[in-house]
Design a protein around this ligand. Sequence first.
Ligand code: IMP
Ligand code: MG
Length: 173
Amino acid sequence: MSSISQILVDEATLKARVKELGAAITKDYAGKSLLLVGVLKGAVIFLSELAQRIDLPATFDFMAVSSYGSATESSGVVRILKDLDESLEGRHVLVVEDIIDTGLTLDYLYRHLASRKPASLAICTLLDKPSRRQVEVPVKYVGFQIPDYFVVGYGLDFNEMYRNLPYIAVLEP
Ligand code: IMP
Ligand code: MG
C-alpha cells in the first residue's frame, strides 16, 4: 500500500500560481486566439483552472498518450491512444501538461505536433522535475520546479488514484 506522506504544494499556492501563469499567457498571446491541447488524463484539472485565467478567445482539444503503464518509471515508449479532433494548421497551440519528468513524452509529442504546421507551438507544464530529464524539451511556462519525488493530486495519479486531491502531495512508496 502507498500513502500520502507530505503536501508539497498546497491549494492556495497552486491557485495563485495558476493565476500568474494565466496572466502571463494572456499577455504573451494578446490579440491572438489559442488552442489549448491537454494531455489526458493528468492535465485535465490544471487545464480547466488555467483556461479560466486566460483572458483570450480559446478552444480546447485533448490527446491521450501512454508512457507509464502502472509503474512509477518511464518506459520511454510513447503511444498515441487518442489523437486531436482539430487541425493545428495556422493555429497558436499551447500544450498543457501535468508534469515533465524524463521529458520523453513531451519530446515525442512536441515533434509530432510541430509537423502539423501550427502558427506557433509552446508548452506549459504545471510541474517540472529537472533532475530526471533525459531529453531537453522547449518548455515556455513552468508552474513549479520540484525535487525528484513521485507526486500525486491535482490531476496526477498513482494507479489512477489521487487525481481528485486539491493539492500536490508526495507519495510514500
Ligand atoms: P516523462 O515522459 O518521463 O516526462 O513522463 C511524463 C508523464 O509521466 C507525465 O505526464 C505523468 O503522466 C507521468 N509522471 C511523471 N512523473 C510523475 C509523478 O511524479 N507523479 C505522477 N505521474 C508522473
Ligand atoms: Mg501526463
